[in-house]
Design a protein around this ligand. Structure first.
Ligand code: GSH
Length: 251
């Protein structure tokens, strides 16, 4: 009688959603994707999670009633129920988890830098408006778009320690750069793992991956790129591109 589908609530262009999607696709797990719209979609998530207050985020996996509310938990679940080679190789779970923590802090810092740039620079004021908003009404809607971005900045407390974001981002990228210094393909050395997925997605906010693999978010490539970091860590961007070519071909 259980014929509910597995559903992934996600944002098509969000690195966190892509981490979960990649793990699910790696294991050939079939699921239906439900696009989440920040703010507009929040009530639906609160009802799904029965969580009236506190922060709710995507990705969320609803595997026929079992709810997983973090990309890392979704990846672990995919590894447990899926068919592909393990993304959390036996005995190396702690290493993968440490890389995921690094991914979270680095990504949060890079996202905060990007959002603060959007909020403070009027040329990105339209980034929060839906694609296809008619040009004629863009000027009228700009203040609403800007207001939405300010709420987003507040939700994730991005102004807290605003000066520290860059240092945190650089530290994360530097650690990744050192770990790959010998030119190895994978963070665990010999095998592709969730550590690679988690750290590859950090680079989405340094230099977005080719749009064959995932769409670039509002603000476009210019908004999502960080030219000086992309230049300094060009080797990492290349590493990420190769990972996509070799391990994300069936999207
Ligand atoms: N630790 C969480 C973080 C997820 C997260 O920050 N999600 C953001 C991605 S932009 C989100 O849901 N934003 C939409 C919103 O806040 O409505 C995970 O890995 O799943």
């Amino acid at each position: 009688m259980e014929n509910k589908k597995t559903r992934l609530y996600s944002i098509s262009f969000s690195p966190w959603s892509e981490k979960a999607r990649w793990a699910l696709d790696h294991h050939r797990i079939s699921y239906e994707e439900v696009e989440h719209y920040p703010f507009a979609g929040e009530l639906r998530l609160r009802i799904l999670l029965r969580k009236p207050t506190g922060r709710v985020t995507v990705p969320i996996l609803d595997d026929r009633g079992a709810l997983l509310t973090d990309s890392f938990d979704i990846a672990r679940h995919a590894d447990a129920v899926g068919a592909g080679p393990k993304l959390f190789p036996a005995g190396r779970e702690a290493e993968v988890e440490a890389w995921n923590r690094r991914s979270e802090t680095t990504l949060a810092a890079l996202r905060a830098m990007m959002m603060l740039k959007f909020v403070d620079d009027p040329t990105f004021g339209r980034a929060a408006l839906p694609r296809g908003t008619p040009e004629a009404i863009v000027p009228l809607l700009m203040p609403i778009g800007r207001g939405a971005m300010q709420l987003f900045v507040a939700k994730y407390r991005m102004r807290d320690g605003a000066e520290a974001h860059r240092a945190v981002a650089e530290e994360g990228l530097e650690t990744l750069d050192k770990a790959l210094a010998e030119g190895q393909k994978y963070l665990l050395g010999d095998t592709f793992s969730y550590a690679d997925i988690a750290m590859a997605l950090v680079l989405q906010v340094v230099s977005p991956v080719d749009k064959r693999f995932m769409p670039t978010g509002p603000g476009g490539r210019a908004g999502w790129s960080n030219p000086d970091l992309a230049e300094r860590y060009a080797r990492l961007v290349k590493w990420r591109d190769e990972l996509y070519e070799n391990h994300r071909r069936w999207v």
